[in-house]
Write a protein that binds this ligand. Structure first.
Ligand SMILES: NC(=O)c1ccc[n+]([C@@H]2O[C@H](COP(=O)([O-])OP(=O)(O)OC[C@H]3O[C@@H](n4cnc5c(N)ncnc54)[C@H](O)[C@@H]3O)[C@@H](O)[C@H]2O)c1
Length: 320
């Protein structure tokens, strides 16, 4: 009998397609679920799936995770061993205009996935949370043990909600459940709405880039391969923990101005800079305390920032 597949939601997205490829490369089987949400072009998501689609170990199901009937059908047919739940409406700024849509996809969608996983006998669940749950915390680096009760965007609130319903799910079903707080992920296939992707494209074309705030805003950027390693380690190890929250960050906050200077060096062109005010919902900084994830997952980000930006740029040039 072949081993049961892992069901990965959001498999057509940036992080999901990389995680799915890593599982397939390691000899596993994957069923990917994604509704190809129009937040960014369907063509990007189809491109993300291209390599996977050629593998006999990958099956794609185009479906909405908030559709309980559809999910029950998929889980009942596939009987996955476990779930890596990455599907979500992502992005802080657009969530302010669409809090109901974000709540539906991210909170209801996660509840549906939890229930379908429990009913079909999955043995573990790994869920994407976000560094945004830390809000504008003054205590940095951000540790999993600190209070996270003051999210400042609808997106962040939905991610915190997934952690809370994940805890309930574990308490009631006993299903080991990991909640992973990703810190701004970048690299090939990065979502086109995120700053590095936008800046690389604009600088290359000589179009203006807008710097919000005074340039001191900083992010703990995390290269995609490091995130994939953290997700797979969490999948392996969560049964020993029950319910656990882990930070997956890059361990090196980079100020916005420094990020732009890196993009300029990598592209080999100066940016045309416009200034704008800090955007509602944006946090001032993110910085992961990795003590817990390194001790319990063996997590250790390996990709220096500039090297990661170079890899993303090489990918972008090849795609254009
Ligand atoms: N990229 C980051 O920097 C980052 C940081 C923190 C957390 N996260 C989280 O990681 C996960 C993956 O993020 P990403 O950057 O790969 O985003 P992405 O938008 O590229 O991928 C998410 C995928 O989920 C799918 N999706 C959205 N709503 C759906 C629904 N109702 N049903 C089925 N599929 C649906 C989308 O079509 C998309 O392909 C998300 O949960 C996101 O919130 C990402």
């Amino acid at each position: 009998m072949t081993k049961a597949p892992i069901l990965i939601t959001g498999a057509a997205g940036f992080i999901g397609s990389h995680v799915a490829q890593a599982v397939v490369r390691m000899g596993g089987r994957v069923v990917g679920v994604d509704n190809l949400d129009p937040f960014y072009p369907r063509s990007c998501k189809e491109a993300n799936l291209r390599e996977l689609a050629a593998s006999a170990s990958f099956e794609f199901v185009e479906s909405d995770i908030a559709d309980a009937r559809a999910m029950r059908g998929v889980f009942g047919r596939v009987r996955p061993a476990g779930v890596i739940h990455l599907a979500a409406k992502a992005g802080v700024r657009p969530s302010i205009a669409d809090p109901v849509g974000y709540a539906h996809a991210n909170i209801t969608g996660t509840a549906v996935i939890q229930q379908a996983a429990a009913e079909s006998g999955c043995d573990r669940l790994v869920v994407a949370s976000s560094s945004s749950v830390y809000g504008n915390s003054l205590t940095a680096p951000f540790s999993e043990t600190q209070d996270v009760n003051e999210p400042i965007s609808p997106y962040a609130a939905t991610k915190r909600a997934t952690e809370l319903i994940g805890h309930t799910h574990w308490k009631l079903t006993g299903m080991p459940t990991a909640e992973l707080r990703f810190f701004t992920v970048y690299g090939p296939r990065q979502r086109p709405d995120l700053a590095i992707a936008k800046f690389l494209g604009a600088v290359a074309k000589g179009e203006p880039v807008t710097l919000f705030g005074d340039g001191s805003m900083s992010r703990d950027y995390t290269y995609i391969d490091d995130i994939v390693a953290g997700v797979l380690a969490a999948y392996d190890r969560i049964p020993a923990h029950g319910y656990r929250v882990w930070n997956l960050g890059g361990n090196h906050p980079v100020a916005l101005g420094e990020m732009l200077a890196t993009v300029e060096r990598v592209v080999g062109k100066k940016a045309v800079v416009k200034r704008g005010p800090m955007q509602p919902g944006d946090v001032l900084r993110t910085w992961a305390d990795l003590t817990r994830s390194s001790a319990e997952l063996g997590y250790s980000p390996r990709t220096p920032f500039e090297e990661g930006v170079e890899k993303q740029w090489a990918w972008l040039k090849a795609e254009r």
